[in-house]
Design a binder for this molecule. Sequence first.
Ligand SMILES: [Zn+2]
Ligand SMILES: [Zn+2]
Length: 274
Amino acid sequence: MQNFTLHCHTNSFGVFDGRSSVAEMITKAEELGFEAIGISNHLIWHPNMRPFSPMFFSDWNKIVDVFKRVIDEVKSEGEKHKIDVYVGAEVDFFPSKEWRNGFEKMLKELKFDYLIGSNHFLRNQDETFMCNLYHLDWLPENITEEEFNELVKNHWQNIIENIKSGYFNFLAHPDYCVIKIPDKKEYDEYRWQIVEALSKYHQTYEINTSGYNRINMQHPCDWMVEELCKRGVQTILSDDAHNVDMLGQHFERAENLLKKYHNQHRLTLDFLKK
Ligand SMILES: [Zn+2]
Ligand SMILES: [Zn+2]
């Protein structure tokens, strides 16, 4: 069974949405007999981002400053422990030139060990409006069904562009939006596009086990995992732990799923050890 996680969150500096500290997460991972832990707080920056949460940034300098402190915190805490400790980020990707330029400049300033490509926002075409999946109540009251469907379509499109970008070591929870938006048969078409893109661009994807707690499924859904296994696309298990009790959650269930589909391609920690 996979005995590490690279996708988990902390409550660092009162900015992020984890409920345990870096020290608590590392200590718990050690107790569980993990070989390694990677801390990956949300990196959410966009020039048009509205500051509804302390972890949503529109000011480039502020987010660089916060992540410099996170990286220092994780590295110095990691030195006190026996297991390998890495620092990454779960990055909300946006396809515009403006976002890409800002992000590329950011990468020169911040020394992450790895990056997870993620998508938690519905957005309009030109990225002047975005709404987090957890704050759908921010949507305009008078939004039409057609307008809403357009935002959702752009969300799925965002995932495809995320895969094509080549920025990330692995893709987070591919069909996560169904946690907040009722699943529809027509979303299967987007799911197929994700399967095809992951395969074509040789992009590693995660199997996110946090969905078992909420809607009794992992992300991506069963048939996507089956198709991705057939195509030999590399995967990694992620607990997406937001507190110490969630570390390694449901890994056994996800391992059984991968066994069922004869998975042969796993991301190991080797890429971090170079
Ligand atoms: Zn996420
Ligand atoms: Zn996460």
